[in-house]
Design a protein around this ligand. Structure first.
Ligand code: ASP
Length: 332
């Protein structure tokens, strides 16, 4: 008999309509999944968090709890499903992807756009596909199941607030597609690691996401870089990783931050594509800025968080930020 542990954190899927709007209702999700036909030879267990949240409330402590719950139950279960709100699911999936080092079992996140209490909920479909994915003994990674697809967790992003097509991973093909048949693209899956499971507990870190916007943000970014105590910055740049290099105050502020030991990672704010050094304005290496290649903002922030929590040196973190660890980026 295989065993799958469902960790229910909150999110629309288990919410109900109240006078205050959609709210998680304790016990409701369990009563609904109890109506599912049992899957032969699979035992499902459920941990429901005492405080069910809308995932916009997610914080470091929730990630620590999820990692601890997976670690404490790791040997007892063949796979894990995390039921999560969609708003920050991609952030959690990214944090877990880096934090669950040496993972050799599936950890599948899912949720829905419409709650299970709604007649047309997409939650049933997502939940059942997630059960099949969590039951795969050859899936060694953190993934998101949504709208008939299995996506790599550290590549996925929320792309719609109202379509059932709520998530996509534009720079990485899906890991599976579920139609009349379930198509598992196993060649794209991470290979089982040689290392044993050794999760990293994320710790508080001063990481800032700064996005370049023409005409608005440069002074603010300069001021923030010059006057804030920071461990790391993810700089969301234009196009292929471009910044206004003729703005000397900005260039000086970036150089000064790097000199003070702040790790600055360049990712593009464009949805598809990567940081290159095709343009004079994207050659930021000389400024000491690290290329984040084609990482999503969620992955870049999560990777910095976990590497900083792991006590690595600044030099090693900088090197790791451009290296592929769990399929989060395509090295050039
Ligand atoms: N606000 C909800 C949440 O993230 C949205 C959802 O689950 O779809 O918890």
């Amino acid at each position: 008999m295989k065993k799958i542990l469902i960790i229910y954190t909150g999110g629309t899927i288990g919410m109900d309509y109240t006078a205050q709007g959609l709210t998680p209702v304790p016990g409701l999700f369990k009563s609904q999944i109890d109506t599912l036909d049992p899957i032969p030879d699979v035992q499902l267990d459920l941990i429901e968090y005492e405080e069910l949240i809308d995932s916009s409330d997610i914080c470091l402590e929730h990630w620590q709890r999820m990692i601890k719950d997976i670690a404490d139950n790791y040997e007892m279960y063949d796979g894990f499903i995390i039921i999560h709100g969609t708003d920050t699911m991609a952030y959690t999936a990214s944090v877990l992807s880096f934090a669950l080092r040496g993972l050799d079992k599936p950890v599948v996140l899912t949720g829905s756009q419409l709650p299970l209490v709604h007649r047309r909920s997409d939650g049933w479909n997502n939940l059942i596909d997630a059960l099949f994915a969590a039951n795969r003994s050859d899936l060694n990674e953190v993934a998101i199941v949504f709208n008939n697809k299995l996506l790599r967790g550290c590549r996925a992003q929320k792309v719609s607030t109202y379509r059932f097509f709520g998530f996509d991973s534009v720079d990485e093909e899906p890991l599976a597609e579920f139609g009349i048949t379930m198509n598992w693209f196993t060649k794209r899956w991470l290979k089982a690691t040689r290392f044993s499971f050794a999760p990293v507990m994320p710790k508080p870190a001063k990481i800032l996401d700064l996005s370049m916007r023409p005409g608005f943000t440069t002074d603010f970014i300069i001021d923030t870089l010059n006057n804030t105590e920071l461990d790391a910055v993810v700089l969301q740049t234009y196009g292929s990783g471009n910044i206004p290099i003729h703005n000397l105050a900005l260039v000086d502020a970036l150089k000064a931050a790097v000199a003070r030991g702040v790790i600055i990672v360049n990712i593009t704010q464009v949805i598809e594509g990567r940081v290159s050094n095709d343009y004079a304005s994207s050659c930021l290496h000389d400024l000491g800025i690290i290329s984040g290649c084609d990482m999503t903002i969620e992955a870049a922030l999560a990777k910095l968080l976990v590497l900083l929590s792991n006590g690595m040196s600044i030099m090693n973190i900088k090197a790791a930020m451009s290296e592929n660890i769990v399929g989060e980026l395509t090295e050039s």
